[in-house]
Design a protein around this ligand. Sequence first.
Ligand code: PHE
Ligand code: CO
Length: 291
Amino acid sequence: MSDFEHVFDRPPEGAAADWTIPQNWSAYTEVEHQTWDTLYRRQMTILPGRASDGFMKGLEALDLNTGGIPDFEVMNPKLQALTGWTVVCVPGLVPDEVFFDHLANRRFPSGQFIRKPDQLDYLQEPDIFHDVFGHVPMLTDPDFAAYMEAYGEGGQRAAGLGMLQNLARLYWYTVEFGLVEDPGGLRIYGAGIVSSATESVFALEDPSPNRLGFDLERVMRTLYRIDDFQQVYFVVPSIEELKRDTLQDFGPIYARLKGASDIPIDAVLPSDRVFTRGTQAYAAKGGRFAA
Ligand code: PHE
Ligand code: CO
């Protein structure tokens, strides 16, 4: 589910120069709308009390529950009025520089397709449920909205400096798999978690993964996995602090990172703020491939 790999080298047939394609909402089938509804209803039984206040508020503000796959022509005016973001459709994973340019202009690229009914629990490529249900509610939060725009600009800079691998880890451990300390306790804001029924429970309640305080440089050194539940989640004190932390100039950080080693996925360092010291039992047993 990495947003950093791509399949094509140039916009495919039917796509614009910026790689966008029409959503073509009227072409979705009844089965596809039902898949959205099934996934939506299932997440609503799991997320209250687990997803962050910001996510739940955003979901409500966008009114994505009106039946079936959201029509971007209906959703975008609501989102745009809140933070200036819009969602555009792309044919799949797009090149890094295209992705960053969209973010830097407050456009979030979403897949157009929805998963098949037999893939409700796992798929490799982000579909419209992951991209819209998972990502868009947080884009209604002004701090998160600013963070994502800055990330797009930061991506362009990191690409020029050869530091994309490090910056991608920041995206992974915040935008996709981040936890936040809400007034009520640890909550999910990462899109990769909130769009997954099983990981929504695992990320907060399973004894396996480490849950550690967010530290910018530490995160940018930490390896991650794309094939299974995470072995470590990082907790930000608030989205506002995440934004403030990342608005600093990364120049000196990149200079230090050039000589720094990668941190293994299951490491707990003496400098870590430990919320949970995980057993790593899930990963040790082979994860989702366990017999
Ligand atoms: N502040 C970063 C830089 O100077 C840019 C950035 C902002 C990166 C927010 C990620 C998120 O490169
Ligand atoms: Co995603």
